[in-house]
Design a binder for this molecule. Structure first.
Ligand code: TRP
Ligand code: ZN
Ligand code: CA
Length: 436
């Protein structure tokens, strides 16, 4: 039995409220074979969509090729990239008597002979603002590029990002780029990842059936979230990966559906509405910022980052000390309740985990003595990191534990398991990571 210190109840309420207000989206484990890919903040991606909507609204309701809303969209994306340290290039072309623009952004460094490209078309149709088609892909690729800068990621490969013009007129911008790329430059491209419509309001989770390595990378990501995927079938060659594929570049991408109808089998596995288009506002004036499914946008944005990090190979974000596998999604720990877990996936390692596995734990709590914490290995073996202690009234657990995990296979899903064993004070898992 213990007695609350003065002010304890108020503090507990504040933390409970904070945990309640934390994003309630599904956990998005952020792991990679080498340097862990970051979680892409949904709020940042949505902020870009808000800006693209405002640009359309201020420019006659669209962001179409040859219209002022298109160039304003290019200027918005370019300014963000320039401020983040990218080397940006505007490539001009002419289509239908109007000037069009592709925006290219190179991240300095990496092997110039191995280039991984990711892109999205930035133009809308004239009928509307084009927020799902394709503000969604444009914003997610932009935020992934900004995450490269924020984390100081230095991958083995060179990274290039692209925003295409005049896709809606027949892939005009991406065709122009590929046709004007010297064959010596084209052969340096190890892959092109395309993102066109990734937040459809009645979403599906479609992966392009193309380069097997790229396809597997996306499928692996969704598998860690236990989200079923299907092969994209709404028309191969209907977006900007097509010219790259024709030129022999390995391609892949994600898609949440356009005007095809969701079947009952699809609604069963993904939720949403049977018998309704994935995007009822496809190429219509109602493709506004209201035409976005946040969950699909969040998952697909994180999948893009996962693929960019995984396919760019190796790299160094942490100066040294090993690879990090981190989950930064908040998990509320119920007061005197059931244990909760947060997972990270380790892949691409060989053999067992180390004898000195570092487990970094960041838990916010108003009476940490309430907490029992275990690390659970992929085979279910639990390693006690911390016992409860009724006398330990300090706030928070911010600690790195060392675990002898040498009898555990390194690869698989590792979990941090946290249980609050006593009433009144509460908290949440802020983040945790494995380093080895
Ligand atoms: N903007 C694309 C188009 O109208 C949307 C699209 C339809 C799409 N089918 C696709 C994008 C398949 C990627 C894959 O052509
Ligand atoms: Zn499109
Ligand atoms: Ca408690």
């Amino acid at each position: 039995m213990r007695f609350p210190a003065p002010g304890r109840l108020a503090a507990a309420t504040a933390v409970a409220l904070a945990a309640f207000l934390a994003p309630a989206l599904p956990a998005t484990a952020t792991t990679a074979a080498t340097v862990a890919a970051p979680d892409i903040p949904l709020a940042n991606v949505k902020a870009h969509l808000t800006q693209l909507q405002s640009i359309a609204t201020a420019n006659g309701g669209n962001r179409a090729h040859g219209r002022t809303g298109y160039k304003a969209s290019v200027d918005y994306v370019k300014a963000k990239l320039d401020a983040a340290g990218f080397t940006t290039t505007l490539q001009q072309f002419t289509s239908g008597g109007s000037t069009g623009y592709n925006l290219l952004a190179d991240w300095p460094g990496g092997d110039p002979n191995q280039v991984l490209m990711s892109g999205a078309h930035l133009d809308s149709v004239t009928a509307g603002p084009g927020i799902n088609d394709n503000g969604s892909g444009s914003a997610a690729v932009l935020e992934t590029a900004l995450a490269v800068s924020r984390t100081g990621y230095q991958p083995t490969k060179h990274l290039r990002f692209a925003w295409w013009g005049a896709e809606e007129l027949g892939l005009v911008g991406s065709k122009y780029y590929v046709n004007n790329l010297a064959s010596s430059e084209r052969s340096k491209l190890t892959g092109y990842l395309n993102f066109d419509m990734i937040a459809s309001p009645n979403p599906g989770y479609f992966v392009y059936d193309d380069d097997p390595t790229i396809e597997k990378t996306f499928k692996d990501y969704f598998a860690t979230l236990s989200i079923p995927t299907e092969i994209e079938t709404e028309g191969d060659g209907r977006s900007d990966h097509a010219p790259f594929k024709s030129a022999g570049v390995p391609v892949g991408g994600l898609f949440s559906g356009a005007d095809y109808i969701k079947t009952s089998a699809q609604a069963q596995k993904w939720g949403g509405t049977t018998g309704q288009a994935f995007d009822r506002c496809y190429h219509a004036s109602c493709d506004t910022s209201a035409n976005i499914n946040d969950t699909a946008l969040d998952r697909n944005s994180d999948a893009i980052a996962y693929a960019v990090w995984t396919l760019s190979g190796g790299g160094t974000t942490p100066p040294d000390g090993g690879n990090q596998y981190e989950n930064t999604t908040d998990v509320a720990v119920p007061d005197a309740g059931a244990a909760v877990t947060s997972a990270v996936t380790v892949s691409g390692r060989t053999g067992n985990a180390p004898a000195a596995l570092q487990v970094g734990v960041d838990i916010k709590h108003t009476w940490r003595g309430d907490l029992v914490i275990d690390l659970v290995a992929p085979d279910g073996t639990a390693y006690r990191l911390k016992n409860s202690s009724s006398s330990d009234s300090a706030d928070n657990v911010l600690a790195t534990y060392t675990v002898n995990a040498s009898s555990e296979a390194a690869n698989g899903s590792w979990k941090l398991r946290v249980q609050d064993t006593a009433a009144q004070d509460t908290g949440y898992i802020d983040s945790w990571k494995l380093t080895f």
